[in-house]
Design a protein around this ligand. Structure first.
Ligand code: CUA
Length: 231
């Protein structure tokens, strides 16, 4: 999760998010090159009179400065497309989680396990304890196995919502009458936080998402017990 003074991306908790961070840094380096060059050219122009008695045209330089940006764009577009299609891939999911957006809470269905569904509300500030994070913790966390490909299907019951976990690189609109699909796997055990990111009404800011990532063995043990923290 984000802590004080963290202005960059959160640490990646899934292979896709790690790749997204690499792509972000790669694109920033290209931007840095362009900004440096353009700033240099602009400051140089200040001390230039822009007059030449003999130069009427410069075919070579015009060809160069037309083609060069196109080549630079290819260096951004290729890894970008690679990631786009990689994020769309479903790698034989071990389980499916269904998330439904409501005003203003999420509800979840573990469709692989019979009748396993629950609502997940934010823990209000008055009830906030030292062990919970303000505006981020929920009364019922999603429990998921780590190191396992997971399919997530997202929809909404009333208005547009968005199921977003920055550290997983997942951000999917929850649309009424539509079922969106994403897949991810979690790299490590721990708790991951997310928030709705589609302006959905008065309490838009108060429908966080909390994932409890546990080992696959632990997850199976939990899911076999009806009174576990999943139910
Ligand atoms: Cu739900 Cu914003």
């Amino acid at each position: 999760m984000t802590t004080w003074l963290n202005m960059s991306l959160q640490d990646g908790a899934s292979p896709i998010m790690e790749q997204l961070i690499f792509f972000h840094d790669h694109t920033l380096m290209i931007m840095l090159m362009i900004i440096t060059t353009v700033m240099y050219m602009m400051t140089t122009l200040l001390w230039n009179k822009h007059t030449s008695r003999f130069m009427l045209e410069g075919q070579l330089i015009e060809t160069t400065w037309t083609i060069a940006p196109a080549i630079i764009l290819v260096f951004i577009a290729m890894p970008s497309l690679r990631l786009l299609y990689l994020m769309d891939e479903i790698h034989n999911p071990t389980m499916t989680l269904k998330a439904v957006g409501h005003q203003w809470y999420w509800s979840y269905e573990y469709s692989d396990f019979t009748k396993l569904e629950f609502d997940s509300y934010m823990i209000p500030q008055e009830e906030n304890q030292a062990s919970t994070f303000r505006l981020l913790d929920t009364d019922n966390r999603i429990v998921l196995p780590m190191n396992s490909p997971i399919r997530l299907v997202v929809t909404a019951a009333d208005v547009l919502h968005s199921w977003t976990i920055p550290s997983l690189g997942v951000k999917t609109d929850a649309t009424p009458g539509r079922l969106n699909q994403v897949s991810f796997s979690i790299n490590h055990p721990g708790i991951l936080y997310g928030q709705c990111s589609e302006i959905c009404g008065a309490n838009h800011s108060f429908m966080p998402i909390t994932i409890e990532s546990v080992s696959a063995n632990h997850f199976i043990t939990l899911s076999l017990k009806p009174k576990s923290i999943i139910s």
